[in-house]
Design a protein around this ligand. Sequence first.
Ligand SMILES: *Cc1c(COP(=O)(O)O)cnc(C)c1O
Length: 361
Amino acid sequence: MSKFWSKIVHDLTPYVPGEQPRVTNLVKLNTNECPYPPSPVVLDRIKEATNDDLRLYPDPDASQLKAAIAKHFSGQTSSTLSSNNVFIGNGSDEILAHTFQALFKHDQPLLFPDISYSFYPVYCNLYQIDSKKIPLDSDFSINIDDYSIPNGGIIIPNPNAPTGCALSLGDIETLLQRNPDAVVAIDEAYVDFGANTAVSLINQYPNLLVIQTLSKSRSLAGLRVGFAIGNESLIEALIRVKDSFNSYPLDKLAIAGATASIEDKQYFDDTCKKVIATRQYLTEQLNTLNFSVLPSMANFVFCSHDSITADVLAAELRTHNIIVRHFTQARIDNFLRISIGTDLETKTLLNALKTIISARS
Ligand SMILES: *Cc1c(COP(=O)(O)O)cnc(C)c1O
């Protein structure tokens, strides 16, 4: 607290990101990074880009990256997209912030699930946006009928975090049809691990904004790149906020690396397949150790053990140099969120769990 602070700063409760420990011998399964490196082409292009004149400002519109994204999704889906449908940000967290400010500040409350990405309430507090948390069902799924109340917008991660549960495209389409006067934002940070992207619906629904990141499925959390896809008028709102805040959210190296990543579809597909296969193996093995595991479409699993509490398991894993995420929030405080690692990391984790569980039973 200080007398120098603006009034709003006194009332902020910032987001707390997962730990990034400095020690290197850890099996780090706590923040959903990809266990594999980015495409080698990414590093080549970043090295080439260091020959660019860093004395000069980067392209404020990241035009080459927007074009690569529009082309990638036009090929993947039946949508016709141009660069005017794409917005670029310094990580999708920055895009979410701009989305809250540009599109969600209305008379009616913004709706999101009670168990969801914990950054959403932080943005509401920062931008003074009225919100209402909609409880997940008892099986942790989202029931879209619960969203049929007056609202000034809806934001849902698909798959949801930290549960990993996915909504069908049909459910998303129903939400869009029921809310023609509000923006429905789908945060697709984990969509590449088995769920269906809503980008295919962009041309039909002017109220749809899809937000993705290169941090998870493209192994580039350290580069800080995210993008949004939507109707031109939604994109224009985001650009107005961006250009009133920071015209150059991406530097030249990030633009070069991100563009290379989007263009290397083969490497991306292979990486996602490996993560999905390991998720399948981990889920089966956890089941045999008496964990219940929610059906995950993400690069993590959310699980709870039938006799040992999650806080104890997390602390014991730590003594084995393995870190996973444990949330203290009601309803999920007996769950662990475990990111999918390499096959070797997964075996190390399972061996440690076997040791911990047998010592206690
Ligand atoms: C990781 C994550 C993000 C943020 O990703 P960045 O692009 O690294 O900022 C956004 N939404 C959800 C649900 C996430 O899990």
